[in-house]
Write a protein that binds this ligand. Structure first.
Ligand SMILES: [Fe+2]
Length: 207
């Protein structure tokens, strides 16, 4: 069987498509340099593991596992992030029907959800992610604050909406003003994609 590796997906829009939320330069460096680096490093770990196992050489399992967790999670989260965004003229500022109803059911109102998610993003210590996830065990929507790319994760949840709050995601456009970046993000959320992910999670639950 051919070995499958991690891959860098192309952006689903061009580099200028998210202006003024993200400049061409900011988006390009984030996708082409930072995201690519996670993909490359995750693949490097896979390659080293393959060689070590083939040649029977010793590996530091703890260090390798930790590194793979970080790099692979970084690669995956960025792939989800790009599809969670859309040019302003192709999206709407409030959620589409099904996800909108679920958000209201869980958080009482969209405004309340937006405030909790915003707080989660702004108050993430250092580098990390704000996420909205679906827990198939309980049917609840959950806000999960991920530190780095892989810390504080509840395993098995479906990630519906993710927001990168690493400085590399916004520093060129917003400098140290993370709250301004988070506020601007709401204008470019691709709610259709969030709804598609929720649909898939619920469908999997029924199967
Ligand atoms: Fe990032």
């Amino acid at each position: 069987m051919k070995t499958k590796m991690y891959a860098l997906p192309a952006l689903p829009y061009d580099y200028k498509a998210l202006v003024p939320f993200l400049s061409e330069e900011q988006l390009k460096i984030h996708h082409d340099k930072h995201h690519k680096a996670y993909v490359d490093k995750a693949n490097e770990v896979l390659g080293k593991l393959e060689i070590a196992r083939r040649e029977g050489t010793k590996i530091d399992v703890k260090a390798v596992s930790k590194n793979l967790s970080f790099q692979a999670a970084g690669a995956l989260l960025h792939s989800l992030f790009w599809k969670n965004l859309a040019p302003k003229d192709q999206t709407q500022t409030e959620p589409t029907k099904i996800i909108g109803d679920e958000i209201t059911k869980e958080f009482s109102s969209f405004e309340r959800f937006r405030k909790e998610f915003t707080d989660c993003a702004i108050n993430c210590e250092g580098s990390g992610w704000a996420t909205l996830a679906y827990d198939r065990q309980t049917n609840h929507l959950v806000i999960m604050q991920i530190e780095k790319h892989n810390i504080n994760i509840i395993p098995g949840l479906d990630l519906l909406l993710v927001l990168d709050v690493w400085e590399h995601a916004y520093y060129l456009d917003y400098k140290n003003e993370r709250p301004k970046y988070v506020e601007a993000f709401w204008q470019n959320v691709n709610w259709q994609e969030v709804e598609i992910r929720l649909d898939k999670a619920i469908l999997t639950l029924k199967q």
